[in-house]
Design a protein around this ligand. Structure first.
Ligand code: C2E
Ligand code: CA
Ligand code: CA
Ligand code: CA
Length: 277
């Protein structure tokens, strides 16, 4: 009844959640200006153990609350539209890093993947924004990879495909993130200008003791390879998982087995070690 609903409205627990959300939102607004965001980098490695690139992962270091997980603030940034300036900052910072890597023969071959959310990708001038950032930083666009989820693409397949094609003409690569968790139809998968499928970590996690996960992973790998795409596995934590993946022809990995996401200083030290070995 309506009486119950009215009581619910004053539920103190819910009120507390709302207050936290509102505080987070107003903090999020100033976080960019106060330079509280940072990019962390997680390496991507081939079967020989060579670093082939990295994924940029956003971190919010709040002066009072410390680290706030992107799982907590990205949805809020999406709801409020703040994801657009934040996402532009991510792209700019990533391209700035690519520019630095390009100057050093030890790092010039690396690719850098950035996550782009639905609302960000769907902004009407997204292609122009990316084009401008790539031009300003004077980077090789083929080193930049955009990770999109199935739901972002499916939200509006025609418009998304069109934008992807324009960016692909520029040379930018696309990876489909969290692959296997959405509702991919084989028909559109074939039409999308993708370069890579990224096997979701939920399937990789139980690879060794869940027969159905192993079956799904095998199927994703052969699907990807048959479509002429690169296949990368995320969330690789054990040697057994890597062995399984190599046996089934997935030859690029990302996960704690190699490195957690780390600040740029740590990554550069790690790359230096890798190159001198
Ligand atoms: P994602 O794109 O699927 O990123 C992979 C997540 O898995 C990251 O969490 C990473 O730290 C974590 N991870 C990597 N290797 C392992 C592993 O071996 N084991 C386990 N258990 N986890 C692993 P993170 O950094 O907390 O990011 C969470 C999500 O937030 C990302 O999921 C992505 O959807 C979103 N996100 C992060 N940065 C950005 C960004 O710049 N823009 C947007 N739009 N979304 C972002
Ligand atoms: Ca990702
Ligand atoms: Ca993912
Ligand atoms: Ca995920």
């Amino acid at each position: 009844t309506s009486g119950r609903n009215a009581v619910r409205f004053f539920d103190p627990a819910m009120q507390a959640v709302l207050v936290v959300k509102m505080m987070l939102e107003s903090n999020l607004r100033v976080a960019l200006a106060l330079e509280q965001f940072q990019l962390y980098y997680q390496i991507q490695v081939d079967a020989e153990g060579h670093v082939v690139g990295a994924e940029a992962l956003l971190r919010w270091i709040h002066p009072d609350r410390g680290f706030i997980s992107p799982l907590e603030f990205i949805p809020l940034a999406e709801q409020t539209g703040l994801i657009i300036p934040i996402g532009t900052w991510v792209l700019e910072t990533a391209c700035n890093q690519l520019k630095k890597w390009a100057r050093n023969p030890k790092t010039a071959h690396l690719s850098l993947a950035v996550n782009v959310s639905a609302k960000q990708f769907q902004q009407s001038n997204f292609v122009e924004v990316v084009t401008e950032i790539v031009r300003l930083h004077n980077i090789d666009p083929t080193r930049l990879k955009i990770e999109l989820t199935e739901s972002t693409i499916l939200d509006n397949v025609d418009a998304t495909t069109e934008k992807m094609q324009q960016l692909k003409k520029l040379g930018i690569a696309f990876s489909m993130d969290d692959f296997g968790t959405g509702y991919s139809s084989l028909a559109y998968l074939q039409k999308l200008p993708l370069n890579q499928l990224k096997i979701d970590q939920s399937f990789v996690r139980d690879l060794s003791d869940d027969e159905s996960d192993a079956t799904i992973v095998r199927a994703i790998i052969s699907l990807g390879l048959n479509l002429g795409l690169d296949v990368i596995a995320e969330g690789v934590e054990t040697v057994a998982q890597r062995r399984f993946l190599i046996e089934h022809n997935c030859l690029t990995f990302q996960g704690y087995l190699y490195s957690k996401p780390i600040p740029i200083e740590g990554l550069n030290a790690l790359l230096d070690g890798d190159a001198s070995e």
